[in-house]
Design a protein around this ligand. Sequence first.
Ligand SMILES: NC(=O)c1ccc[n+]([C@@H]2O[C@H](COP(=O)([O-])OP(=O)(O)OC[C@H]3O[C@@H](n4cnc5c(N)ncnc54)[C@H](OP(=O)(O)O)[C@@H]3O)[C@@H](O)[C@H]2O)c1
Length: 285
Amino acid sequence: MTSAAKVPQIVLNDGNRIPQFGFGVFQIPPDDTAAAVRTALELGYRHIDTAEMYRNEKGVGQGVRDAGIERDEVFITSKLNNGFHKPDDARRAFDATIDALGFDYVDLFLIHWPLPTLYDGDFVSTWKTLEEFKKDGRARSIGVSNFGIHHLEELARDTEIVPAVNQIEVHPYFTNDAVRAYGLDHTIVTEAWSPIAQGDVLDDPVLGQIAQKIGKTPAQVVLRWHIERGDIVFPKSVTTERIRANIDIFDFELSDDQIDAITGLDKGVAGRRGPDPDTFDWIPK
Ligand SMILES: NC(=O)c1ccc[n+]([C@@H]2O[C@H](COP(=O)([O-])OP(=O)(O)OC[C@H]3O[C@@H](n4cnc5c(N)ncnc54)[C@H](OP(=O)(O)O)[C@@H]3O)[C@@H](O)[C@H]2O)c1
């Protein structure tokens, strides 16, 4: 069986399906993105996670075309950049995403950050604008990223469509379980960003011992842990051997004790690598 055939599909709350495993392109330089995406697709990946902020959406579209993969065989996510939360700006930004990818729809479009200290704290009208993109069919599904429980509660109070996903920082040093649990209770699937904490967790002795015991690498063990917890993951790599190894995690399982040992590495907020969504207010120049 090919790697792509082994990746489970998750059914979102709007009925659409998403491959549970994919390829992230954060920090891949625009000029290198098409080649990296093509390599990933050739190695069986069928889900690509990009963002306007990464400035490499054009390379993602080009990589899909270069690989000769039909558009409906690959799941593509992009995200609204922080400077464009006002409805008219969001509409223009979404048009630019569609143009840059060179396709007429995205599978999933997210609000990248809630930015509660900007725009008078209003991410609700931004979300209502994403609802337009879902209704006109150019975003098959819509969701959010870096939303905490209180941000999600505010959306639930004031808007119609429940986000299909919430893409948040999750890895063994920051398991983010309260936000994950809220998602589970409200049909919002968690996507775990920086799933290997950009490499920081890989030297942990607990992971090293498990990896040695089952004959896998620490990265494969961590990625498998995410899969068994039910989250969606899309590790980033520009290294062909790592791209190949990262998806090779569908021929083994972790025991309950191994899963618990990895979850037990959580350091709470001290383990966070990225910004705090309650205070993050960066707008790219
Ligand atoms: N929504 C958000 O705010 C947000 C924030 C961050 C990330 N994301 C998404 O999540 C994706 C993944 O997160 P990330 O890129 O931050 O970090 P990551 O996937 O946890 O780690 C990527 C880093 O780990 C290295 N690496 C990859 N596979 C490896 C392996 N098997 N062994 C050793 N090192 C390995 C890569 O190096 P090489 O490339 O040199 O091989 C790269 O430096 C992003 O690409 C993006 O799509 C979203």
